[in-house]
Design a protein around this ligand. Structure first.
Ligand SMILES: Cc1ncc(C[n+]2csc(CCOP(=O)(O)OP(=O)(O)O)c2C)c(N)n1
Length: 557
């Protein structure tokens, strides 16, 4: 504890100091009268930038994306009641995505609690099922301890969301309190005997498979994964929304475990005689509905490496469960030599070829619009190697997942939890962190009108995002499910088709349209050449409903 901060100051200013010591340099908000004192304190907190958004869902998604980029907690501050309920989508997504998020809420005055006051909510009850911790700070002297705890908990074990409720009158009070320094989360390192155990399983395996996930994407962990894969000739399949964890033209790349992966691909991977799940929680999407590996008892020995012991053994019986730092594990594995096995290289090469064949784009046409894959394919040829790719949730992303050439410098951002609305806000957050990199956002017409108004935030902050809207006049993903379950009865999934180019212009961005396939090359070149933000309205087909199938094929199944 440092005692030099023991001077009396307004609680709101103390809060700003506590955030600074945690390394916070950017906060996303929609303002509210419940935290005016904190807004005022930020005037003097010179190292914290405040980004004002158009909707708390957008602000929350920006903070969440910021966390995914930096690996540190993203911070969002909103008003009580309506502000907090709007922001709740980001809390849920942070929980699903294992991303550290700190939600600060301006709360009603302490004396009014329990009276059903204007916009009163009990946040402990509201967030109890999705946040890792919820605290209300009634005594301003407890602010430093509470903020330190919130940041530590958000990052520990399985990272996730925490909520701190700040009564309005408390923020105005004067208080003298020591700042509590940041404490990095405790994380266990693997021991030599851990590696020996894994090596003895590996020695017996001619068809091992690594499934690598989001906890491997930070710092030098990707590099360690690549080295470990090379040392042991391991094929590596990537978990849902983490296609950037290994460059896809690397000999070890064995495919991607997202939605709608063709059955033969999954069957080929299921031939593995050993699975090493590293830095992934092995969710239902990644495991192809608990089949790869099979739950609860896998068909092959499973090694599971994840920082949180509560994750290991929760769904899958493991032959070896290691609640340790995945990066340190990979470092150790990479530096432990092993004799080469001929069959293993053949197995790895076969999986790699399959994965690369699946990624090849075959042009398709339909009378009702463009194949969105043609746009993705054209853009991939022109995009910079270190472009940041942000995807919203929806079928349009199937082409991005299938055909984008993820390289060593790629960064992929999106909601693992499948929430619509993260695309445009996520792109804004990425543009703020990476002013020098191309930021490309893919979004459906559904998702674009959920949180797309954050384009105004991009324009205000001069963040040049390139947004490609698949405008198929449909909640296409749900339409695909309908056509399979209830053919030709598409109730509730048709949408009007707004002119997204005009919409963009009205918000101060450039608007372009692609109505014919022959426009694609030219419009893509113009969009990328544009200095500011651009929206490209792509008139896409419903018949070509995803990268893997068509409506006609679904009908003929
Ligand atoms: C916030 C939220 N609401 C609803 C859903 C259910 N949902 C998943 S995809 C989808 C449709 C997406 O439509 P669109 O953005 O137009 O993309 P498309 O599937 O047509 O490519 C819906 C409604 C969701 N995932 N998230």
């Amino acid at each position: 504890m440092s005692s030099n901060d023991q001077r009396e100051q307004r609680a709101a200013n103390l809060l700003a100091e506590c955030l600074k010591i945690q390394g916070v340099d950017r906060i996303f908000c929609v303002p509210g009268e419940s935290y005016l004192a904190f807004l005022d304190a930020l005037v003097d907190a010179q190292t914290i930038e405040l980004v004002t958004c158009r909707h708390e869902g957008g602000a929350g998604f920006m903070a969440l994306t910021d966390a995914k980029i930096t690996g540190r907690p993203g911070v969002v501050v909103v008003s009580r009641g309506p502000g907090a309920t709007n922001a709740s989508i980001a809390v849920h997504t942070a929980e699903q995505d294992a991303a550290p998020l700190v939600l600060l809420i301006g709360q009603i005055a302490r004396a009014d609690k329990g009276r059903g006051a204007f916009q009163e909510v009990d946040y402990g009850k509201m967030f109890s099922g999705i946040a890792k911790g919820v605290w209300e700070v009634n005594d301003p002297g407890k602010l430093p301890e509470t903020i330190a705890r919130a940041f530590n908990m958000a990052q520990s074990g399985t990272p996730g969301p925490v909520v701190v409720s700040l009564p309005e009158d408390m923020l105005h009070e004067n208080v003298a309190a020591d700042i509590v320094p940041a404490m990095p989360p405790a994380i266990a390192k693997p021991s030599n005997s851990d590696i020996e155990e894994v090596m003895s399983l590996l020695a017996k395996s001619s068809r091992p498979l690594v499934i690598a996930g989001g906890a491997v994407r930070y710092g030098q962990a990707r590099d360690a994964l690549r080295r470990a894969a090379e040392t042991h000739e391991l094929p590596v399949a990537l978990s849902f929304k983490y296609q950037d964890v290994l460059d896809n033209d690397h000999a070890s790349f064995a495919g991607y475990l997202g939605f709608k992966i063709p059955r033969p691909q999954v069957e080929a991977l299921s031939e593995a005689d050993l699975i090493l799940a590293i830095g992934t929680r092995l969710t239902d999407v990644t495991t192809q509905n608990y089949q790869l590996p099979r739950a609860p008892v896998p068909s092959q020995p499973l090694v599971h490496v994840y920082p949180d012991p509560a994750v290991i053994g929760r769904v899958f019986q493991t032959a070896c469960g290691l609640p340790v730092d995945p990066h340190a594990f990979l470092d150790l594995l990479a530096s432990t030599p092993a004799a080469p096995l001929k069959e293993r290289a053949e197995w790895r090469d076969g999986l790699h070829k399959r994965a690369m064949d699946l990624a090849v784009y075959e042009p398709r046409t339909a009378p009702d619009g463009i194949d969105f894959g043609a746009l993705v394919h054209a853009l991939a040829k022109r995009a910079e190697p270190d472009a940041v790719i942000v995807t919203d949730a929806g079928n349009f992303s199937s082409w991005v997942h299938r055909h984008w050439p993820w390289g060593r410098k790629s960064l992929m951002l999106g909601a693992v939890g499948g929430a619509m609305g993260m695309g445009v806000p996520g792109a804004v957050a990425a543009g703020l962190r990476f002013p020098q990199r191309q930021v490309l956002c893919f979004v459906g017409d559904g998702g674009a009108l959920m949180t797309g108004n954050e384009l105004a935030t991009a324009v205000r902050h001069k963040v040049p995002v390139k947004i490609f809207v698949s405008n198929n006049g449909s909640y296409g993903t749900i339409r695909q499910h309908q056509e399979r379950e209830y053919p030709d009865r598409g109730e509730g999934t048709s949408l009007t088709k707004p002119d997204f180019a005009k919409w963009a212009e009205s918000l101060g961005a450039k608007g372009l349209s692609i109505d014919n396939e022959s426009d694609i090359e030219d419009v893509v070149a113009r969009a990328l050449a544009e200095k500011g933000s651009v929206v490209v309205d792509v008139c896409s087909s419903v018949e070509l409903i995803s990268a893997y199938t068509t409506i006609s094929k679904i009908h003929n199944l």
